[in-house]
Design a protein around this ligand. Structure first.
Ligand code: ATP
Ligand code: MG
Length: 304
């Protein structure tokens, strides 16, 4: 089974206020509620690609109940969220207008006993399961929270994927994640330098490999991605050109694409191609792209 973890999910309240006037009464032109979180995005794309997954994470309060219902009934994805006794799942406001404004909620406090419950839940994973850890760590947990979770399952043969930045990512490397997916910015921040050439990017990826990561997928936004595989070979894949509607979730879709490639036994270059196609399809769509769009992108991919 594939599990995705979202420590701090959110109901995204997306409203369109074309002529926003601060300090005045404004009327909304359209509104949507979306089920936000990087792990959730990965699960949505996996479903598009024909793979079942289970969403894990913490929810709380009435917004948490609505979130859970949305994942189950609306997205039709399985979940095993842990319900916190206090606080509420955050609501993130995304205000569309002449300019996009985002106001993110705080989210509930995750106490030590709640975190232990998550560790116990992960102990129930079985050999060959896939665990995808995506996104930042909430402020009520320490930056080594992902590392602690991986420590609790280190005896098992779980395929671990980490899509995180900074210390949260670095501290997971001793647990030998099968895949990490930094974007170029995140890679530059890790090494405190700007990376101009493919060689420089690969050199940094090799250093992360030395620290324990098996496969390193560096996403380069509109320029596609570079994969350094566990046999120290690298592959590059350019992305198609297109009109970006909303690039949020492109990285999550890319992770799902790569894992779908792994699950169907594809060669590294084909996994990379599917990953880039899934990322671009989402960048060119509102929300996470549908499978038809991913297939269209894959067929049109430029050769490198
Ligand atoms: N403007 C774009 N044009 C074409 N493809 C894109 C574009 N932006 C992203 N993609 C595709 O999506 C992949 C992941 O994008 P990106 O590098 O922006 O990830 P990210 O920064 O981790 O995204 P996220 O916001 O989801 O965390 C890219 O490798 C590429 O395949
Ligand atoms: Mg990302």
């Amino acid at each position: 089974m594939i599990y995705t973890l979202t420590l701090n999910p959110a109901l995204d309240y997306v409203i369109d206020v074309p002529d926003l006037q601060i300090g005045k009464l404004n009327r909304i032109q359209s509104e949507h509620i979306l089920y936000g979180g990087k792990g959730i995005n990965v699960s949505v794309m996996l479903k598009e690609l024909g793979l079942e997954s289970i969403c894990l994470g913490f929810i709380a309060g009435f917004t948490g109940k609505e979130f859970q219902k949305g994942i189950r009934d609306h997205l039709q994805i399985k979940e095993k969220f842990i319900e916190l006794k206090q606080g509420r799942t955050r609501i993130n406001l995304k205000l569309l207008g002449k300019e996009e404004t985002e106001i993110n909620g705080i989210g509930p406090i995750i106490h030590t006993k709640d975190f232990k419950q998550l560790q116990q839940q992960l102990c129930g994973l079985e050999n060959k399961d896939i665990l995808i850890l995506s996104g930042s760590i909430p402020s009520s947990l320490s930056s080594d929270a992902y590392a602690k979770l991986l420590a609790s399952i280190k005896e098992k043969d779980i395929c671990i994927v980490v899509d995180a930045s900074g210390d949260a990512l670095l501290q997971t490397l001793p647990y030998r994640p099968y895949l990490i997916k930094p974007n170029l910015n995140e890679l530059e921040e890790l090494f405190h330098q700007s990376l101009q050439s493919e060689q420089e990017i690969i050199a940094c990826a090799k250093l992360l490999q030395k620290q324990g990561a098996k496969n390193i997928l560096v996403s380069l936004g509109k320029d596609g991605a570079i994969l350094l595989n566990e046999h120290h070979r690298f592959f590059t894949q350019k992305a198609n050109k297109g009109i970006v509607k909303n690039s949020a979730g492109a990285g999550d879709s890319m992770v799902a694409g790569f894992i779908a490639g792994v699950c169907s036994g594809m060669k590294d270059e084909d996994r990379l191609a599917l990953a880039v196609a899934a990322g671009s399809a989402t960048a060119f769509a509102y929300g996470i792209a549908a499978i038809k769009e991913v297939e269209k992108q894959r067929k049109q991919l430029p050769s490198c």
